[in-house]
Design a protein around this ligand. Structure first.
Ligand code: XIL
Length: 472
């Protein structure tokens, strides 16, 4: 594990991760069917846009670090599947996890995360291939020539196992020292192979999975400083000489000792200007309340202001599983409640907050009179090059209802990558999905709820067809 003494704020400690986003979906066009009559009231409970969908609306992903051993916890998995559309295994792909013994590879924990992600159409960031930390001791014991062989073999075996499944790899992690020297950090790789180990790792990585984006990832490089200057100069040199590199990851672990730098956006931009993508790879910000929320919002805004900032990953889902749990640095509290920081991130992404989490029709609500009925009304809430988010508002008629059902038919070529606040079942053609409630079936007379979905247009921007609403 890691534990960098000079880490600002004592990063490196316990773990956590998570992911997000759920799958399916489609969208519909149009709307409505009404039956029923009159009535009264009801509080509308608009469902909020999930983070992943809101980020998709900005052409970005929004991911979380995930731990395989939490996937069986329903609050964890539901939050991941609902909110996120990318994952990073928090520890499961590290050298000690996959090759603790030389040439004996164990991918079972990492595979669990990758399969989960694939089943939910989430991107996967591979983390990490060559790093001084969480490195088994046998690696440090090798002499130079053997170490070179072991490094290239490790990269080759791991990338081959996940070939075609990884959006971006952190090929080399944390190779530079903190402080003003701009020097490389001492590690078995640096000490025995010299500066050239970094480009050798990237060159090997490119030859194994040419489709994966290859990133250099580090911390304390978030603003302009001696360390980020050193990384910048390396990336510039790589681009000049044709060493394969596609992206730079900025870990972005912040707290009062290591606050969000005022030149964060400018720093991301200067790297992007070198011709690489930039990604915020391990975001967490210690604190609480509005101060934490403001910091989170500013980070998201900085990324969105940089065209080549392709996505943001937070380093865990609920605070309780954070590697820095005592600093409550994440977006969800220990019961998966959304913190002020969540609301700030969603707002910065241009998403819409929900009207609350209680959809119910509880105590004292007038049940209304008359036949159960509902209407369904479609609206596109966000559109972008290549796709859009649709939202269907379900409104009960003059009688309270306990369930509803709507069919959404995708247009030619369209596919969906996520449905939220609804449960989806597909017909055999794969074009028509029937949406029923997830938690939001019970509506008082006149009350409403909504579900949403993301559509990949594949050249067809038409709104999907939405059937009449059936109430029960
Ligand atoms: C951390 C994990 O969150 C912890 O569970 C583990 O004990 C140590 O590593 N930089 C990185 C991440 O690149 O891999 C680290 O993750 C946090 C700092």
């Amino acid at each position: 594990m890691s534990i960098n003494v000079s880490d600002p704020g004592g990063r490196h400690r316990s773990p956590l991760r998570a992911f997000a986003r759920r799958a399916l979906a489609l969208g519909g066009a149009g709307l409505v069917s009404v039956t029923g009559v009159v009535a009264l009231s009801g509080t509308a409970q608009a469902a909020g846009t999930p983070l992943g969908a809101a980020a998709a609306g900005q052409g970005r992903y929004f991911g979380a670090a995930v731990a395989a051993n939490h996937l069986g916890e329903s609050g964890y998995a539901t939050t991941l599947d609902t909110e996120f559309n990318a994952v990073t295994p928090e520890n499961e792909m590290k050298w000690d996890a996959v090759e603790g013994t030389r040439n004996t590879f164990n991918f079972s924990n990492a595979d669990q995360i990758v399969s989960h992600a694939q089943s939910k159409n989430m991107k996967v960031r591979g983390h990490t291939l060559v790093w001084h930390s969480q490195l088994p001791s046998w690696v440090g014991g090798l002499a130079a020539a053997d170490l070179r062989t072991a490094m290239n073999n490790h990269i080759t075996q791991v990338m081959t196992h996940y070939k075609g499944k990884i959006y971006a790899w952190d090929v080399v992690n944390e190779a530079f020292q903190d402080g003003g020297s701009g020097a490389r950090r001492s590690s078995p790789f640096q000490d025995k192979l010299g500066n050239g180990f970094i480009e050798e790792a990237f060159t090997t990585a490119r030859s194994v999975d040419p489709a994966a984006k290859l990133c250099y990832n580090d911390y304390n490089t978030d603003g302009v400083n001696a360390k980020s200057n050193a990384v910048y100069n390396m990336v510039k040199d790589f681009k000049t000489r044709g060493v394969p590199i596609d992206c730079v990851g900025f870990q972005s672990h912040f707290n009062s000792n290591s606050p969000v730098p005022s030149d964060y956006q400018a720093n991301l931009q200067r790297f992007a200007d070198l011709g690489v993508d930039v990604q915020i790879t391990e975001l967490d910000i210690e604190g609480s309340g509005s101060a934490q929320a403001t910091n989170y919002g500013n980070v998201v805004k900085a990324c969105l202001a940089v065209t080549r900032c392709t996505g943001i990953t937070v380093w865990g889902i609920p605070d309780k599983y954070s590697w820095r749990a005592s600093g409550t640095p994440l977006l969800f509290d220990d019961n998966y409640g959304k913190k002020a920081a969540y609301t700030a991130v969603l707002a910065a992404l241009g998403g819409t907050s929900g009207g609350g989490t209680d959809p119910g029709n509880g105590g004292g609500t007038d049940p209304g009179t008359g036949t159960k009925s509902c209407t369904a009304t479609y609206a596109a809430t966000q559109t972008w090059q290549g796709g859009f988010n649709g939202q269907v508002t379900i409104k009960a008629g003059s009688a309270a209802i306990t369930g509803w059902s709507v069919k959404v038919t995708l247009g030619a070529g369209q596919t969906t990558t996520g449905v939220w606040n609804g449960t989806t079942s597909w017909d055999s053609t794969g074009k028509v999905m029937t949406i029923t409630p997830s938690y939001n079936g019970a509506l008082a007379a006149g009350a409403s709820t909504s579900f949403g979905f993301t559509v990949q247009a594949n050249g067809n921007a038409a709104a999907p067809a939405v059937s009449a609403c059936t109430a029960s």
